[in-house]
Write a protein that binds this ligand. Structure first.
Ligand code: ATP
Ligand code: MG
Ligand code: MG
Length: 347
């Protein structure tokens, strides 16, 4: 049978692997610590560094298609896959556009998708100038941020040199602070044929920069849903995208603003497994293997609750609740801020 290769060894990789095996594919996961990783529980594990081009090439040659579960796959890794002759989906351009916040927001703007005002910051001096214009804002490192890491909330009166140092003297994006009513995400898939299927919007609540709770479907009027779908479709088509794409939005009184995108399945969509006619994981595997998509209707409105750090303690009680669907990622250590599992309940 064919093998789906996954770059990345976390819980998203594991859920992708399960969906792949459900459809009769073999699944293989590549990354450091693969053997004892969440993905290694469901996929054949391949230990290796992402920058070890030879190992990546060997891995890719064993696979019929390679995909990824995180957007920080280095460009060198994507290039090694491309050179191996095995297709990478989503493609390297989609990866590059999603892993650098300036490129990402510039793409949104070029496509006419609303965003907060933003400033390119490459020095403490740039930051000083931008801060004076922006006022209340958030400075974000342009690469490698997730779960709110690499960000600083600012009033505009901070010492630019100090903020620049605190964020590691790395290229930044300064974003105007959005006063939003709600946050939503749109998970969509584009097939090789060009067909697109949208899930319902998810409504997301963060605590300390980390997703805590998500509900599907979000409360949203039709105009909002159409606006989000149009934005997602424009991105998918511009990038000639194949796979699942997630776009995060702020709902403001002036409409929808795109915050960021993830070229992959997303934490806010874990409940698509229980709630929808097809899961985001199966939809992604279908797309990257050239299969047709399925309609992604919500059959049972549901909420998702992340178990972060020591919130996983007491899971023995949760697992006995008849109305709770518990998933544990099998991570040994419950470090603060680490996603350990989640639960899904009908709404
Ligand atoms: P993720 O884990 O979703 O990848 P991330 O670290 O890439 O997160 P963002 O999604 O950009 O970071 O920001 C995290 C959260 O911080 C957002 O979901 C939102 O609640 C808040 N936030 C980010 N940017 C802004 C902004 N410009 N204005 C107001 N709030 C913001
Ligand atoms: Mg992000
Ligand atoms: Mg985000």
């Amino acid at each position: 049978g064919s093998t789906v290769g996954i770059l990345g060894v976390g819980q998203l990789g594991r859920m992708l692997a399960s969906a792949a095996t459900k459809l009769g594919f073999h699944a293989a996961a590549y990354g450091p610590g693969a053997v004892r990783s969440p993905a290694g529980m469901a996929a054949k594990p391949f230990e290796g560094d992402y920058l070890d081009v030879d190992a990546v090439t060997t891995f890719a040659k064993r696979c019929d298609v390679v995909t990824y579960e995180f957007e920080n796959v280095p460009a060198e890794t994507a290039a090694a896959v491309a050179a191996s002759g095995t297709p990478l989906a989503p493609n390297a351009e989609a990866l590059a556009a999603s892993q650098e916040r300036l490129r990402e927001k510039t793409l949104f703007r070029d496509l006419g998708i609303g965003t907060v005002p933003f400033w390119q910051v490459d020095s403490a001096d740039d930051l000083r100038t931008a801060l004076a214009e922006a006022g209340p804002s958030i400075a974000k490192t342009r690469r490698f941020g997730y779960d709110g890491k690499g960000q600083a909330r600012l009033t505009g009166s901070e010492d630019a040199d100090a903020v620049w140092r605190e964020l590691g003297e790395a290229p930044l994006l300064l974003e105007g602070f959005a006063s939003f009513e709600r946050e939503v995400s749109l998970i969509a898939a584009r097939a090789r044929s060009g067909d697109i299927a949208f899930f319902d919007l998810c409504e997301n609540h963060h605590e300390g920069g980390i997703l805590a709770r998500s509900m599907i479907p979000a409360q949203a009027d039709d105009r909002l849903v159409q606006q989000a779908r149009q934005a997602s479709k424009a991105i998918l088509e511009r990038l000639n995208y194949v796979g699942v794409l997630t776009v995060e939005f702020f709902v403001t009184k002036d409409g929808l603003l795109a915050n960021e995108m993830a070229p992959r399945v997303h934490n806010s969509g874990h409940h698509t497994l229980e709630a929808c006619s097809v899961s985001q994981f199966e939809q992604h595997i279908r797309a990257v293997t050239g299969w047709p998509l399925r309609p992604a209707a919500t059959l049972r409105p549901s909420e998702l609750l992340n178990l972060i750090g020591d919130q996983v303690n007491g899971w023995e009680k949760l697992v006995a609740e008849p109305g709770t669907d518990l998933t544990l990622y099998g991570k040994a250590e419950a470090r603060p801020g680490r996603k350990m599992g989640h639960m899904v309940r009908p709404l």
